[in-house]
Design a protein around this ligand. Structure first.
Ligand code: NAD
Length: 496
């Protein structure tokens, strides 16, 4: 098989290939005959194409996954884990290539691309360690009677992922699903199909049998065919809240396990005793890093009391950020225009644009927005309630911690929340009250590292349990409870 290795090692534009479907270990065109363009956001130019699959492509992937299932499931977990060790090694050997490919298709800076690929490798390590952590419990529940629990594969399962972390988010799912003995169908974002393509090739190079991992590219038709498919036993989804909610309800009707992570509007609370430099640098990295296109990005700053010195520091650092080198590109023209619309609307409604990134000084046709701070925002304004998904933070000024927590609690989302303070009891009070699944103290992006699981609350997640960590392993398995009685009482045996 010819690999689609990616040659670029800088930001200069290069053309790439067509992302076909990966079925049974072979690149296969879609039965639909449809394709879409894939853009390099830094240049605003088409770098390749992607097939837009239909239900018959999903069926072909399902048949390949079903055929591969008995042999894969039949391997001891330790043998399945060995493949993950080899994938980790191959990802490390090909790290530069994976990072540059990600930067080209998604628009991230190379440093941010590297960070996300490294986090993907950490997810592979977690998947490989499940073999040592997935012990079943067992107990002699009475004389001669033993109960035990084992975690069994579900069968053919699937993952549907967003554009913003093309390599990492698939790796939130694939390692645990495969090590547990399932076979997998991945539906990448049609905006960034290439990272998954190279991953599939590395899995094959690592010795993964054909059909264990399959990729169906495309958009809504392919997603609906996956979610409606009676033979697919579980689907994990990561993307925006409206789609997450819709698919959660739709999939549950077929009786499959669904875990759907949605969007976010993460609030940070800053109180007067916060460390100025630590807070300012963290807040800026959180809201402007990855051009704000991450579900863990800060998007609302609740400024409690007099924190003017910290806001000034945040503004100065933001104004110094280099668009292109530190703030990456926006994934599409449509997203860029949506972000600008929110800033314009906030200004029209009376908010102050403290740092204005609407007209960054960048040549070429790429899609850029510089770091932007909207100050004097009132609760309920669109820039406060809606997920903007760009390098934009809205500041709401309040007098007390309780006022700040009330505003945070009223958001329908619940992905992340953070407090900046040097006082233990202030931090504890915020942690008790935050309506969010992932919370931080003096940390702008409180992503739980492996083996801790990832997942929000409220409208940021539909379904039970979390993704990644051991929760991921439990999502992709079902518990079997076995009660056995081997030692028969002596007065009842044929020997007595
Ligand atoms: P999206 O919801 O538009 O797309 C996600 C996936 O769903 C893609 O594969 C896409 O092809 C598919 N899709 C889109 N519309 C669909 C529809 N109507 N029916 C069926 N399938 C559909 O999300 P996106 O723009 O790719 O990613 C950004 C969003 O993802 C943001 O809201 C962000 O907060 C969220 N996100 C959440 C997490 C998390 O862990 N909670 C992580 C990353 C991203």
């Amino acid at each position: 098989m010819k690999n689609h290795s990616f040659s670029a090692r800088d930001y200069d534009f290069v053309e790439y290939v067509q992302a076909n479907n990966w079925i049974g270990g072979e690149w296969t065109p879609s039965a639909s005959g449809r394709t879409d363009e894939v853009f390099n956001p830094r240049h605003g130019k088409v770098m390749g194409t992607v097939v837009i699959s239909n239900a018959s492509d999903v069926e072909a992937a399902f048949q390949a996954a079903k055929a591969a299932l008995p042999a894969w499931k039949g391997l001891p977990i330790r043998e399945r884990a060995q493949i993950l060790y080899r994938v980790k090694q191959l990802m490390e050997e090909n790290l530069d290539e994976l990072c540059w490919l990600l930067s080209h298709e998604n628009g991230k800076t190379i440093d941010q691309a590297r960070g996300s690929v490294l986090k993907g490798i950490e997810c592979i390590e977690m998947g490989a360690s499940c073999q040592n952590m997935a012990d079943g419990g067992q107990l002699d529940v009475s004389r001669g009677v033993n109960c035990r629990v084992t975690h069994e594969a579900l069968g053919v399962v699937a993952g549907i992922v967003p554009f913003n972390f093309p390599t990492m988010v698939p790796l939130w799912m694939i390692p645990q699903a495969l090590v547990a003995g399932n076979t997998f169908i991945l539906k990448p974002s049609e905006k960034v199909p290439f990272g998954s393509m190279r991953l599939a090739e590395l899995f094959k190079q690592a010795g993964l049998p054909d059909g264990v991992l399959n990729i169906v590219n495309g958009s809504r038709d392919a997603v609906e065919a996956i979610v409606d498919h009676e033979g697919i036993k579980a689907v994990a989804f990561v993307g925006s809240t409206p789609v997450a909610k819709l698919l959660y309800e739709r999939g549950a009707k077929t009786g499959k396990k669904m875990l759907c992570l949605g969007g976010a509007k993460n609030h940070l609370v800053v109180v007067p005793d916060a460390d100025q430099a630590l807070t300012a640098s963290n807040v800026v990295a959180s809201y402007a890093g990855c051009a704000g296109q991450r579900c863990m990005a800060a998007s609302v700053l609740l400024a409690v009391g007099n924190v003017e010195h910290i806001i000034n520091d945040i503004a100065e650092r933001s104004a110094r950020l280099s668009v292109t080198d530190e703030v990456g590109a926006i994934v599409s023209l449509e997203s860029r225009d949506r972000i600008l619309h929110y800033i314009n609307q906030a200004e029209a409604e009376g908010a102050t644009i403290l740092v204005d990134g609407r007209k960054p000084d960048v040549e070429g046709d790429g899609w850029w927005v510089g770091a932007t701070i909207i100050d004097n925002v009132k609760p309920g304004m669109a820039c406060h309630t809606d997920e903007i998904f760009g390098p934009v933070i809205s500041i709401i000024r309040v007098n007390t911690l309780d006022e700040a927590l009330d505003i945070e609690n009223a958001s329908p989302y619940g992905n992340a929340a953070c407090i900046y303070t040097q006082s233990g009891h202030v931090a504890e009070r915020a942690l008790e009250r935050f309506e969010a699944g992932m919370c931080g103290v003096n940390v702008g992006v409180p992503v739980p590292r492996e083996p801790f699981a990832f997942g929000g609350w409220n409208d940021s997640k539909f379904g039970h349990g979390d993704m990644t960590g051991m929760d991921g392993f439990f999502f992709w398995t079902r518990p079997r409870k076995v009660t056995s009685k081997w030692a028969v009482q002596s007065d009842q045996t044929w020997m007595s």
